[in-house]
Ligand binder design. Structure first.
Ligand code: ADP
Ligand code: MG
Length: 382
């Protein structure tokens, strides 16, 4: 219980996280602000989270000895990436609370299992077929074309995806993907994309951040906009209800992000879920009274959850390595001279194309003000 936690009582209470990327780093910052100590397991000696954590266990994710060390120092353990091996979470769960549970993470790791879960929860997803065998490839219904072939596992930021128009292209694409298990999804006419971040406690309390509207470029999130009037209220209501039922459906504990498509006819279709804080929730760090990382800390430590409140309209611009000039840095001084700009950098030493280096949150007194600043910042950053 919360009293047993004894936060601030002179004891070191450590929260553990599997993975040392930027999401882990921002989790560590949120945990440390509340007085927790932190432990990160990541093989990378210069991982963004490992560098700012009290403990950095630098082993492979599956190393039994490293996992034992993480469990030994941690009060409870979470994850910052969905591809953490299930066996690792299971080993940790044998001796410590782990949230989200390995079983929930396993669903999010596999697009076929994920879609089956959405169907179980009564939330529509894109028409799809699982392709694991040549027979299943041949049996694909022509109505799924044109479509997108996605590897069932390990895809992110648009990686492991091929757009196909014909069954010949589909066969070629599956061969290119080395015939690993895939799902073929029908290409849908998207009007817009949005996502919902929910936090669910062990007692079933479930709160949500305001619904994010997202813009992707080349399969990578580019911009998130959250302000009054950028989504129809009825749609917001449906998306939040769907995200909560997806979390309830697995008795989820932790922070969960559910991505949605809104089609041209106004219908809502679930795309995928991430069992952790999400890039589209970064605006909450500066625009809400409780951020997605605060929520992650609270769910992990068994602390109370209250419904977050957004206190400012907000736009988030992702800062990819692409905008780093050769041997230099983007024009931060000009960007920070704009009102309401909050620069977050992840401490990565090398910029490269498509690499997530940081994000810029923009807040302001009005939507108009925030949009004007975002346009100017985007122009400065090229
Ligand atoms: P990732 O795991 O890489 O984020 P997603 O499945 O979310 O993969 O796909 C990345 C992007 O590709 C989506 O945000 C959307 O813009 C586009 N996309 C994916 N699936 C479809 C689809 N069935 N119809 C139309 N666009 C799609
Ligand atoms: Mg996605």
């Amino acid at each position: 219980g919360h009293d047993a936690l004894g936060l601030g009582g002179g004891k070191e209470i450590t929260l553990g996280v599997m993975g040392g990327g930027q999401l882990g780093r921002m989790f560590v910052h949120a945990a440390q602000r509340m007085g927790f100590f932190t432990a990160v397991l990541d093989p990378d000696p210069v991982s963004p989270a490992g560098r700012v954590s009290h403990h950095h266990i630098q082993t492979a994710y599956t190393d039994p000895e490293g996992l034992a060390r993480l469990a030994a120092v941690s009060f409870a353990i979470t994850t910052e990436f969905e591809n953490v091996p299930a066996q690792a979470l299971n080993q940790l769960a044998a001796s410590r609370p782990v949230a989200p549970a390995g079983s929930a993470v396993a669903i999010a790791q596999d697009r076929a299992a994920e879609k089956a879960h959405f169907v179980t929860c009564g939330v529509p997803c894109a028409p799809y077929a699982v392709i694991e065998t040549p027979e299943q490839l041949k049996a694909v219904d022509a109505s799924l074309l044109p479509g997108i072939l996605k590897t069932a596992r390990m895809g992110y930021d648009g990686k492991g995806q091929v757009r196909v128009k014909t069954s010949a292209e589909l066969a070629a694409a599956w061969a290119d993907l080395k015939q690993v298990p895939c799902v073929l999804e029908k290409m849908l006419p998207l009007a817009l994309e949005c996502s919902v971040i929910v936090a669910r406690g062990a007692d079933g309390t479930c709160v949500n951040l305001p619904v994010q509207r997202n813009l992707h470029r080349d399969g990578i999130l580019a911009v998130t906009e959250v302000y009054e009037g950028n989504l129809p209220p009825a749609l917001v209501e449906r998306a939040v209800a769907a995200a909560k039922s997806i979390a309830d459906g697995v008795q989820y504990v932790g922070v969960l992000c559910v991505e949605f498509f809104v089609l041209e006819d106004g219908s809502l279709v679930v795309n995928e879920m991430a069992p952790r804080p999400h890039n589209s929730g970064h605006y909450s760090m500066d625009a809400c009274d409780v951020s997605q990382f605060d929520l992650q800390v609270r769910t992990l430590a068994g602390l109370p959850l209250t419904q977050p409140r957004q206190h400012s309209p907000s736009i988030m611009l992702n800062l990819l390595g692409d905008i780093w000039p050769e041997g230099g840095v983007p024009p931060w001084e000009k960007v920070l001279a704009l009102p309401g700009t909050h620069l977050h950098l992840y401490g990565k030493l090398k910029a490269s194309k498509g690499r997530k280096m940081g994000h810029l949150n923009i807040t302001g007194a009005s939507t108009h003000r925030v949009r004007t600043t975002a346009l100017e910042a985007a122009r400065l950053l090229g």
